[in-house]
Write a protein that binds this ligand. Structure first.
Ligand code: GLC
Length: 529
């Protein structure tokens, strides 16, 4: 019997569908494009793809404003294309995870159209409506993550409705049983079609305070940051009753075989781990974003790993993320040399890694002038996410092999050097590093399911041991530019099996291990206690 499930031993690869591969020349990636590139994904060695939303949508927030939960936007293809995608992915041994966006719909969704049509419409209570204060102002001080108040006045029906994001993304009322049943029906629709799980969008937002109390001011707010952060979100997010819903979603998935429930949850570790559920009957993988949110240094990352390991419920499975469609790319955040160190970190930590498309090439944030911003967050508050959503760089050809048309976002400036074709056979490329790491992780149970034990080191170096019954690896990562020595002590000797600088591979390692600036080493230890 297998001791671990696919989503525990596996590696997840996030595809932002608009930007992966355009099959019809309209400049926007699509499902047939993803199908064309499944061989690449399989060659990379990962186990599952998570596809950002492909449902019908007016695209106010590029698909995170859904107007029909059980169909495919014609820009991306058809339901038949999705069936074909699921089938061909499965035949290549790849699982398919869909993005599910239950917190809000598009304002064009028939549910909202009905709800706003009149105060006594049967669907009125599916959304969050409140009267104005006596002076006409919104019912409370809650802010939208994309700028301005979270309440929009509906002239026709004379009430405000709540939206945590754009006014085109009204929040559903998850205290309403019919809303839950409608959302669960949509989940079943996809599970019945063979989808292997969901990444649930803003899971910690689903329930709001029943009394809609004002959010307190954030004492740590630094002016100039996203104005949304000027308040804490004590009453608009992470309410105790949200966990009921997480359990219901999990129970639904458990009616199927080996499906995975992933939750997008940006919370401190102590509150994040509650999303595993009181009996680990909640989300399988509440996303752990610490490698994205923390400053890039060995001390803080090391402490965060230990805190997280310590906070995890008994048999909860950890996970790690380096980037996604909402965050600056790792290669831009820490530089290309450290991005190689980060790759080793992501793929040797204990827990399921999620990779973001293009990070395996070392793709950097695109240079997009404000006048060309597409992302509403960029247009409204200047924090554009377009740079991390530029087209996948397949080749040095015009369009970079992404599209024969005009790409919806400009290509990265480095696409002629940084692309799949150029990097595939280059032994020192980022792609080769990723591919070798993936392969090693898949082959060595110490890396995929082994234990984690940190080592005390000097300088800006993070070191840890991963161990299973019959093998043991030491990972040494230098987050800084200064070279130094790491003492192996009772770990004994070993051999470098993978390194950011391949010249070091094969080196036999003794007690005093020299490590260069920006270097990462993976050492197979001789002794396995
Ligand atoms: C999530 C998505 C983000 C989207 C937001 C609103 O954070 O990852 O892209 O804009 O939810 O749906």
């Amino acid at each position: 019997m297998r001791s671990h499930l696919w989503w525990q031993t596996g590696i997840i690869y996030q595809i932002y569908p608009r930007s992966f591969k355009d099959s019809n020349g309209d400049g926007v990636g699509d499902l047939p494009g993803i199908i064309e590139q499944l061989d690449y994904v399989a060659w990379l060695g990962v186990n599952a793809i998570w596809i950002s939303p492909v449902y019908p949508s007016p695209m106010a927030d590029f698909g995170y404003d859904v107007s029909d939960y059980t169909d495919i936007h014609p820009l991306f293809g058809t339901l038949a294309d999705m069936d074909r995608l699921i089938d061909s992915a499965h035949r290549k041994g790849l699982k398919v995870i869909l993005d599910f966006v239950p917190n809000h719909t598009s304002d064009q969704h028939p549910w909202f159209q009905a709800a706003r049509s009149s105060r006594d419409n049967k669907k009125r209570d599916w959304y969050l409506w409140r009267d104005a204060k006596p002076d006409g102002s919104p019912p409370n001080n809650w802010l939208s993550a994309f700028g301005g108040p979270a309440w929009t006045w509906d002239q026709a029906s004379g009430q405000y409705y709540y939206h945590a994001f754009l006014k085109e993304q009204p929040d559903l009322n998850w205290r309403n049983r019919e809303v839950r049943e409608a959302a669960y029906a949509a989940m079943r629709f996809w599970l019945d079609r063979g989808v292997d799980g969901f990444r649930v969008d803003v899971l910690w937002h689903l329930i709001k305070d029943a009394a809609f109390r004002d959010n307190p001011a954030n004492p740590d707010y630094v002016p100039g940051q996203n104005p949304y952060e000027s308040l804490t979100h004590a009453y608009s997010t992470d309410q105790p009753e949200v966990h009921e819903i997480v359990l219901e979603m999990r129970a639904l998935l458990d009616q199927y075989s080996e499906r995975v429930l992933i939750g997008e949850v940006y919370l401190p570790v102590g509150r994040l781990v509650a999303y595993y559920g009181p009996k680990e009957d909640g989300a399988h993988l509440p996303f752990n974003f610490q490698l994205i949110t923390l400053p890039w240094n060995a001390r803080q990352i090391g402490a965060a790993i230990s805190d997280y390991e310590g906070a995890l419920p008994a048999s909860a499975w950890p996970n790690w993320v380096l980037g996604n469609h909402d965050q600056p790319r790792i290669a831009s955040r820490v530089g290309l040399a450290q991005a190689r160190v980060a790759a080793i970190l992501l793929l040797t930590l204990r827990g399921t890694p999620t990779m973001y498309y293009g990070d395996e090439l070392g793709m950097r944030d695109g240079a997009i002038p404000p006048a060309q911003y597409q992302d509403p967050q960029g247009i409204n508050i200047g924090l554009s996410r377009d740079p991390q959503r530029t087209p996948m760089q397949w080749s040095e050809q015009p369009g970079s092999g992404f599209s024969n048309g005009e790409p919806w976002l400009p290509l990265g400036l480095d696409y002629q050097r940084c692309n799949v074709k150029a990097e595939r056979d280059d032994p020192n490329s980022m792609l080769t590093l990723y591919r070798r790491l993936v392969e090693l992780r898949q082959r060595e149970s110490a890396l995929s399911i082994g234990s984690y034990a940190p080592l005390i080191t000097d300088g800006d170096v993070l070191a840890y041991v991963r161990q299973s019954d019959d093998s043991r690896f030491l990972v040494v990562l230098n987050f800084g530019p200064r070279s130094l020595f790491v003492t192996l002590g009772e770990l004994g000797g070993g051999t470098v099996v993978l390194a950011t600088d391949r010249a070091r591979e094969g080196e036999s390692v003794q007690d005093r291990l020299p490590i260069m600036g920006d270097e990462g080493l993976l050492i197979r230890l001789e002794r396995v206690p």
